[in-house]
Design a protein around this ligand. Structure first.
Ligand code: SF4
Length: 257
C-alpha cells in the first residue's frame, strides 16, 4: 500500500471524519449516526464506499457509529462526493461533543416511554461536534431499564413516563466515575434540553483544557453546578437532591429488551 500521508494533514482529515489507521496511508471513515439509527440508503452508501474504496467491511463503534475502514488517502475526495450526494455527514473525535447514543426506545421498544431516537437527533443537531475543553459524551435511555447505561456518560438522559432524569459526571475508560442525578425529575423535554445546554455551557466556561466533566465537577463542587442549573430547570435553588429510587416511571418492567 502506498504511503501518501506525508503530503496529508492528518489532523485536518480527522476533522473531516477520516481517522488515520495504524497502517500508514489508510483511513477509517466515521459516519454520523445519532442514536444509532440510520435509514437503508445510509447503509447502502456506506456499503458502496466499503466495496469501492475500502475493504468490503464495516465496523460498528462502541458508541453506535458506523465506520468504513481501509480508505486510501487519494480516494477521500471521491468518498466525500458520495457522502455529499446522499447528504450523509461525518463526525470527528477529539475535544468535542461526540455522537449522541440512545437505546431503541419508543415507539419500537414496547417498554419505551420516550422517543429516544428523536431526542438523540435533536441533541445531535444542537451539540454534536461542538468544541469543548475535553471530549464530551451524552446518552439517552428510554425507560428505567437503562439499556443505554447512561451513568457512564458526561450527561445521561433517562426518559421516564412523567419526565426526564438527568445524570451528570460519568466517565469510562482508564478512570471510571458513575454519573449521578443532581436535579429533581424535569417534567418536559424542552426544559430538559435547556438544562442540558446550560450544563454544556457550564462545562465550556469552567473546565480547564483537557479536564473531563467529571473532574471539573469534583473540583468546582456539585453544589455550585446544581445552583447554576436549578433556575434553568425551573426549580427553586433550595430544591433538595433527588430521590432517584422514587422517580416516576410509567411501568417498564424490571428487565430491558
Ligand atoms: S427497555 Fe431498554 S431499549 Fe427499551 S426503552 Fe427501556 S431502556 Fe430503552
Amino acid at each position: 500500500m502506498a504511503d501518501t500521508t506525508a503530503a496529508l494533514d492528518a489532523a485536518a482529515l480527522k476533522g473531516r471524519g477520516f481517522f488515520e489507521q495504524a497502517e500508514k496511508g489508510l483511513f477509517s471513515l466515521r459516519l454520523s449516526s445519532p442514536g444509532g439509527t440510520v435509514d437503508a440508503a445510509f447503509v447502502k452508501t456506506a456499503a458502496a464506499i466499503a466495496e469501492t474504496y475500502g475493504t468490503s467491511r464495516l465496523h460498528f463503534t462502541t458508541r453506535q457509529q458506523l465506520e468504513v475502514p481501509g480508505i486510501r488517502a487519494d480516494n477521500i475526495p471521491a468518498v466525500e462526493q458520495m457522502l455529499a450526494a446522499e447528504g450523509i455527514g461525518t463526525l470527528t473525535g477529539g475535544s468535542r461533543v461526540r455522537t449522541i447514543m440512545a437505546c431503541q426506545g419508543a415507539p419500537v421498544c414496547k417498554f419505551g416511554t420516550t422517543d429516544t431516537g428523536l431526542l438523540a437527533r435533536e441533541l445531535s443537531a444542537l451539540f454534536a461536534g461542538r468544541s469543548l475543553p475535553a471530549k464530551f459524551k451524552i446518552a439517552v435511555t428510554g425507560c428505567k431499564n437503562n439499556c443505554a447505561r447512561v451513568e457512564g456518560n458526561d450527561i445521561g438522559v433517562r426518559g421516564l413516563g412523567a419526565g426526564f432524569e438527568l445524570y451528570f459526571g460519568g466517565r469510562y475508560g482508564r478512570t471510571i466515575r458513575t454519573a449521578t442525578a443532581l436535579l429533581p425529575v424535569i417534567p418536559d423535554r424542552e426544559t430538559a434540553i435547556k438544562v442540558i445546554r446550560a450544563a454544556v455551557d457550564f462545562f465550556a466556561e469552567n473546565a480547564r483544557k483537557g479536564e473531563r466533566f467529571a473532574v471539573m465537577l469534583d473540583r468546582v463542587g456539585e453544589d455550585a453546578f446544581r445552583a447554576a442549573l436549578l433556575p434553568v430547570a425551573g426549580f427553586p435553588d433550595t430544591a433538595g437532591f433527588p430521590d432517584t429510587a422514587g422517580s416516576p416511571d410509567t411501568g417498564s418492567p424490571a428487565q430491558g429488551r
